[in-house]
Design a protein around this ligand. Structure first.
Ligand SMILES: *Cc1c(COP(=O)(O)O)cnc(C)c1O
Length: 394
């Protein structure tokens, strides 16, 4: 696929995926159609044979969705992208694309809850084995690989523990064993981290989060480093029916244009929030890759172009103190999801990770008192005032 990669990241956000519209439209139009008429029988036959680039049916492909796929592939420095209905549709399409009965996967233990959940329920049912480890520990990665291991699935930074895995080192180990390396890049977005440049084979996003960024759409995308992998993922998505809707694609095309300016503001707010929390007497610990106290501060600096806008912290009063905090914030919304323009607060042990056993949660570092904070782009004084008044109630 032809990409204009000479432009800088901010210019690519505005112009990257745009083709030239025949009507001169400044934005990509919404082709809100399920099907496409062929000029004649021969053209229809060429489309179905894959000899013509024409569109046939929206589950297979659609011009609005294609523009978004081009855009994200360019930003991630990949060969191509396959847009899907949600982040979880990306996870299930990836598992379906590369795993079969008897295979084994090694994965980050603190991955997004449902990424582990569907592996340990549905894929286990089909005879796929899985091992969950701290992929920040390279010896643990080496030891977990078995003769039937096919995939290394990493999420970095992790949700919600903010652990960092060394993508480049993980890829080197995995590739010695012929594994496919998949990276969930949702927390960083391509603005802050580009795993394909570090050796990853497949990258995916919940575009519900930073890429769209406005808390108004659920969407996902899979980016592959080469054509061979693209040709495995694309038909799986089409066959499983995980496609995106054209209107959804239009919304994400609109949201992604401001990715860098949104993250710049949210990230500068995050640094101030993290420093504020670190100095607060009621806070026991703060984990943010931008703080020198983060155990992998140096690795984060090397691998990422910025520490992002997600913070996790623990209160001295544990779960009860966390409840008081969450019931008393006024500006921050008590809600799951992340990466939007609004500040959100949530409690993983009772919300996003409640389906994991307490034992598995603790092993993955998700303690009962952990609070997750997704910093928005509001005025920093208002975010801190809000935390201040709520922390005072504890
Ligand atoms: C939200 C999220 C997902 C799942 O995405 P959906 O769009 O909700 O299906 C996967 N991984 C991470 C890290 C997420 O935050």
């Amino acid at each position: 696929m032809e990409h204009n990669n000479d432009l800088g990241f901010n210019s690519l956000l505005i112009h990257g995926g745009m083709g030239v519209d025949p009507m001169g439209s400044a934005t990509v139009p919404i082709y809100q159609t399920s099907t496409f008429a062929f000029e004649n029988v021969d053209e229809g036959a060429r489309c179905f044979a894959g000899e013509s680039k024409g569109y046939m049916y929206t589950r297979i492909g659609n011009p609005t969705i294609s523009a978004l796929e081009r855009q994200i592939a360019i930003l991630e420095k990949g060969f191509g992208a396959v847009a899907v209905s949600s982040g979880m549709a990306a996870v299930s399409t990836i598992y379906m694309s590369f795993l079969k009965t008897g295979d084994h996967i090694v994965s980050t233990d603190a991955v997004y809850g449902p990424s582990r959940g569907i592996m340990e329920s549905y894929f286990k049912k089909f005879g796929v084995e899985s091992t969950y480890i701290n992929t920040g520990n390279l010896d643990a990665v080496r030891q977990a690989i078995k003769p039937n291991t096919k995939m290394l699935f990493i999420e970095t930074p992790t949700n919600p523990t903010m652990e960092i895995s060394d993508i480049k080192a993980c890829c080197e180990i995995a590739h010695q064993h012929g594994l496919v390396v998949v990276v969930d890049n949702t927390f960083s977005s391509p603005y802050l981290q580009r795993p394909i440049e570090l050796g990853a084979d497949v990258v995916f996003h919940s575009m519900t989060k930073f890429i769209n960024g406005h808390a108004d759409i659920v969407a996902g995308i899979i980016i592959t480093k080469n054509e061979e992998l693209y040709k495995i993922v694309r038909p799986t998505m089409v066959g499983m029916g995980c496609n995106m809707d054209p209107h959804q694609a239009y919304m994400v095309l609109r949201g992604v244009k401001t990715l860098s300016i949104r993250i710049d503001r949210a990230q500068s707010n995050s640094m101030k929030v993290a420093e504020y929390l670190e100095n607060h007497p009621k806070v026991e610990w703060v984990k943010y890759p931008g703080l020198k106290s983060h155990p992998q501060y140096e690795l984060a600096k090397k691998q990422m172009d910025g520490p992002g806008a997600m913070i996790s912290f623990g209160l001295k009063g544990g779960l009860d103190a966390g409840k008081v905090l969450m019931n008393n914030v006024k500006l921050a919304l008590l809600a799951v999801s992340l990466g939007g323009i609004e500040t959100l607060i949530q409690h993983p042990a009772s919300m996003t990770h409640s389906k994991m056993s307490k034992d598995a949660r603790e092993k993955a570092g998700i303690t009962d008192g952990l609070v997750r904070f997704s910093v928005g782009i509001e005025d920093i004084k208002d975010i801190i005032n809000d935390l201040n008044q709520a922390l005072a109630k504890i």
